[in-house]
Design a protein around this ligand. Sequence first.
Ligand code: 2BA
Length: 108
Amino acid sequence: MKLILAILHSEDGNKVLGTLNDAGFSVTKLATTGGFLRAGNITLIVGTEEERVEEAISIFKERCRTRKHIMTTPISAGMAGMYTPQPIEVEVGGATIFVLDVDRFEKV
Ligand code: 2BA
């Protein structure tokens, strides 16, 4: 058995969740926050048989879009204590996916 942890944009969450459910995957959705942008994203937890991992990943590939975000970050202007905010563009997603081995799975 495998555990898929997938971090994706909040706007893609419901359609991915719906497609995974329609395909028979059990899914848990967590509201999470990205450490860099400090913006809300979602993390989906999917426990599944190893043979179905690629099918789940193909759903994330189909349903998650890449987006550009502009953030303002303080960049040092060279003098102690002086900072000038600088806009920078970062590309986010489609989905960041981790696949983990599951040692034991029980429902009691
Ligand atoms: P955030 O941490 O808010 O990162 C948003 C986007 O900012 C990232 O998109 C990446 O393009 C950029 N970014 C992140 N850290 C950076 C840094 N130190 N310097 C410059 N740019 C940086 P994605 O890579 O698509 O990641 C989207 C979200 O997935 C992340 O949101 C984070 O919540 C999660 N994530 C990505 N990689 C991860 C990892 N290795 N471990 C845990 N969570 C991860």
